[in-house]
Design a protein around this ligand. Structure first.
Ligand SMILES: Nc1nc2c(ncn2[C@@H]2O[C@H](COP(=O)(O)OP(=O)(O)O)[C@@H](O)[C@H]2O)c(=O)[nH]1
Ligand SMILES: [Mg+2]
Length: 434
């Protein structure tokens, strides 16, 4: 048996002056360990206690969750004390003298995971929930925080019998005349392959939403960039005039527009100019293009982009979306907007098309969305493609190993393989006390 892990403690609230601060402790046998500080109250009943240590006397609300019915699965004690950061540090230091060390970021959740109180997918969702900055991001993370998606157990249910058949064909094939019928396998597993591809697409879209979409607005002076920028931001952030060359610095705003979490960048208009300030502004456009997920190239309806602009955008052509502005003055094909009138529906459709694979933000609820999940889902979809493309007369070792591969990818996805690398990457993104 493994030795019992050390008891740990951490502030679960920021170390700033506040009404209340929460200090969490987790470990085995906390009642005797903490007895010099406090007599623990009845389980799960908030109780006022006086904590005494050094020359402090602190009235605290104390909660005691004996293991295994707690967040971590160990005994957990929570102290709500006055929100003075110095007081919190003193209490943590005193807990140290009782043998309770300071937790690492995410260590509470890590224990919850190791004790089977929580799955890896849930822990990842929690991290994203705490970090979410827009309504959509909060809702996406909440949708992932519940039970494991049903399609995972369905996938296992479908894969398992074929794994058994493939194993049998490998072990007894020739002698016992047990063969794997790849045609039947293909028919049976085709829906699964389709499902993996759907989930992968949803995950890619969800990843964009969860991390926010960097959108750069570029074009010639007076193309309507700042007008569009303001309309998307929902506030008058950039100065709009009909004097060319108004915007010089790069402006950035974070917002949510029609369910899309955006980081918007307004830029200086691109043109041949002698004005030194305008030229400095144009020099700043490059890095913005570089970092953007999508570049909106605004061209007033009925015009063609200048050679200067075409040359500037050439290296980024894979992520440039041309948008016609001033659509109120001339009707043009393609994505056309009149931002000054709030006519932006065509842009909404185009953004969903380019960034979310045609999905609406709400269609991504429940999608997996971390880099890790997206990558594994991609591999899973590819593995199934390979499996279903196998020649009917190939040796059973091939499908057997691919089925094993798919099974293993599912286990990595849910964290059941207990790979430390996934856990380390996850918990480095957590706050203290979580
Ligand atoms: N009619 C019309 N005017 C627009 C439109 N977009 C911008 N404008 C006007 O065009 C001028 C230049 O707009 P601005 O956003 O400052 O262009 P920027 O230089 O590209 O940032 C302003 O007078 C805007 O009110 C549009 O779609 N239709
Ligand atoms: Mg402008």
């Amino acid at each position: 048996m493994l030795p019992a892990p050390d008891p740990i403690c951490a502030p679960a609230t920021p170390l700033l002056p506040a009404a209340v601060a929460l200090v969490r402790v987790s470990g085995r046998g906390l009642a005797p360990l903490l007895s010099p500080l406090v007599a623990l109250p009845e389980p799960r009943k908030a109780s006022l206690r006086t904590l005494r240590w050094d020359r402090f006397r602190e009235r605290a609300l104390v909660l005691y969750f004996p293991g295994p019915n707690s967040y971590t699965g160990e005994d957990v004690v929570e102290f709500q004390i006055h929100g003075n950061p110095l007081l919190v540090r003193r209490l943590l230091r005193h807990l140290g003298t009782l043998g309770v060390r300071l937790a690492e970021p995410g260590e509470f959740t890590r224990r919850a995971l190791l004790n089977g109180k929580q799955g890896l997918l849930e822990a990842e969702a929690l991290r994203d929930l705490v970090a979410a900055e827009t309504d959509t991001q909060v809702r996406l993370a909440q949708a992932r925080a519940g039970a494991q998606p049903e399609w995972i157990s369905e996938a296992r249910f479908r894969l398992a019998p074929w794994m058994a058949r493939a194993e049998a064909a490998v072990d007894y094939g020739e002698d016992e005349k047990i063969y794997l019928n790849l045609k039947d396998l293909g028919v049976d597993l085709e829906p699964l392959r389709a499902r993996f591809h759907v989930e992968h697409r949803r995950a890619q879209a969800g990843q964009h939403l969860q991390s926010g979409i960097r959108l750069a607005v570029v074009g010639r002076p007076n193309a309507g960039k700042s007008t569009l920028f303001n309309a998307l931001a929902g506030e008058e952030r950039a100065i709009v005039t009909d004097i060319p060359g108004t915007t010089r610095d790069v402006l950035e705003v974070r917002c949510e527009w029609r369910g899309l979490p955006l980081r918007l960048f307004d830029t200086a208009g691109l043109r041949d100019t002698e004005d030194p300030v305008e030229r400095l502004g144009m020099a700043r456009v490059g890095p913005v293009l570089e970092a953007a997920d999508l570049v909106l190239h605004l061209v007033p309806a009925g015009e063609r982009a200048s050679e200067l602009i075409q040359a500037t955008l050439l290296p980024f052509r894979g992520k440039v979306l041309e948008v016609s502005t001033f659509s109120d003055r001339a009707s043009v094909p393609g994505v056309a907007v009149a931002a000054n009138l709030g006519d932006l529906d065509a842009l909404e459709v185009a953004l969903q098309e380019h960034l979310l694979g045609g999905l609406a933000p709400d269609a991504c609820l429940g999608a997996m969305a971390t880099d890790r999940q997206v990558e594994l889902l991609g591999e899973l979809a590819k593995q199934m493609d390979l499996l279903l493309d196998l020649d009917a007369d190939c040796p059973p070792e091939l499908p057997a190993s691919m089925l094993q591969g798919a099974w293993g990818l599912l286990a990595r996805l849910t964290g059941e393989d207990r790979a430390d690398s996934a856990l380390d990457a996850l918990f480095s993104g957590f706050c203290l006390g979580k």
